[in-house]
Design a protein around this ligand. Sequence first.
Ligand code: DGL
Length: 266
Amino acid sequence: MDSRPIGVFDSGVGGLSAVRVLRALLPGEDILYFGDTANVPYGGKSGEELRSLASASSRLLAGKGAKALLVACGTVSSNCLEVVGRASGLPCCGVLRGAALRACNTTRNGRVGVLSTEATARSGAFEREIRALRPELAVFSFGTSRLVPLAEAGRTEYSDSLVREAVEDAAARFSGSGIDTLILGCTHFPLLAPALARAFEGVRLIDSGETGAGEFMGLLRARGLLSAKKRGGRVTAFVSGGIESFERSAGLFLPGGLDDIRAVDA
Ligand code: DGL
């Protein structure tokens, strides 16, 4: 048993899709969340930039006393997860394996899509995870930069024309693929799940924030790191950019909101 907080980070509000599941699974855990909003979006950055940002985020949360880290960012998970363990010295987990496993267990026709940021699509990391589990599956990938800014701005409704155009464009990229399962490989995307569900009608959506939270809980349990507290955990967020817009979006995506929010230098 370990009463220290867990650490979770992302480029912005996307990782809250994992936090909301962690709150439900482990209501006694204190959570330190870092949203690197001064540097969002990560999806268009180079490998070197991502390594440096991932290392800074990991050190920040380790310095604040986290006992383990959930990298609630598909882009960092697929490009440089190894940096996180090295920089923090802590047990850590990304969002790839849980989502790949769920997709492999969900698909009925063996055709799986991965919708992610461009940097994640370029890395090919989701495909490798899926093929390691089920080499016979057909995997189709597309990376988009259109959805993250919408989620950051709290614009998620299909009735919003910008959202509608972005999700329909994403769906059009998979037309003809015959996928029956789609991994939302960027943790911002589950925040737009109802709009994506309309555009990808009949396709099962896998929330990489949710499956990442489940995998992380398994890691905490296996290492004896769960807190003895069963309720009353607090969520403290640190942001490198503006506090107000982050707080507004967090209010939309996280039932109960944040207990505290503080600014930190990028
Ligand atoms: N939410 C992150 C991801 O899962 C980062 C998205 C971005 O900043 O472009 O990929």
